[in-house]
Ligand binder design. Structure first.
Ligand code: 523
Length: 131
């Protein structure tokens, strides 16, 4: 059976990257992530990401290119990440998060990212610096 997929977005706007602080579960609360969630049956990764960012942040967003690679979360579950352009709306922590922060590239290490998100964050910041 193929792995289930958690999709996440490196949401960028104005040269900064959006970081979201998880409010649950207890073992992840307080850690920062690229926002996203589990892909549902019948969805593409991009469709799942658009839905998750709408539900969690109240924004319309456009997935751009996928960051190459995938990162294991637990057996049978992997993380995939896309660069994302904000199309409309101002992100608010509607679901799953209790704080959001826009980070300039030099601030990217100022939050305690989930371990599995770090490689994609590094790559997203590299791309932001180049843009
Ligand atoms: N991660 C993770 N990084 C990351 C996300 C969005 C999620 O490591 N950027 C992990 C955290 C959880 C698992 O992936 O262990 C599922 O993420 P979650 O809880 O945000 O996905 P949901 O909300 O779709 O999951 P359910 O509430 O279980 O439906």
């Amino acid at each position: 059976m193929s792995d289930s997929v958690v999709v996440a977005g490196a949401v960028c706007d104005g040269g900064r990257l959006l970081a979201a602080r998880r409010s649950a579960p207890p073992e992840l609360k307080g850690r920062w992530e690229l926002p996203g969630g589990k892909r549902e049956p019948g969805e593409s990764g991009e469709q799942a990401l658009v839905r998750e960012l709408r539900e969690e942040l109240g924004v319309e967003a456009e997935p751009l290119e996928r960051i190459p690679g995938e990162w294991p979360l637990k057996p049978g579950l992997v993380l995939r990440v896309w660069m994302v352009r904000l199309v409309s709306g101002e992100p608010s922590p509607l679901e799953d998060h209790d704080e959001l922060r826009w980070l300039a590239p030099e601030e990217a290490d100022s939050v305690d990212w989930l371990d599995q998100d770090r490689p994609a964050v590094t790559e997203a910041v590299r791309r932001l610096r180049e843009a």
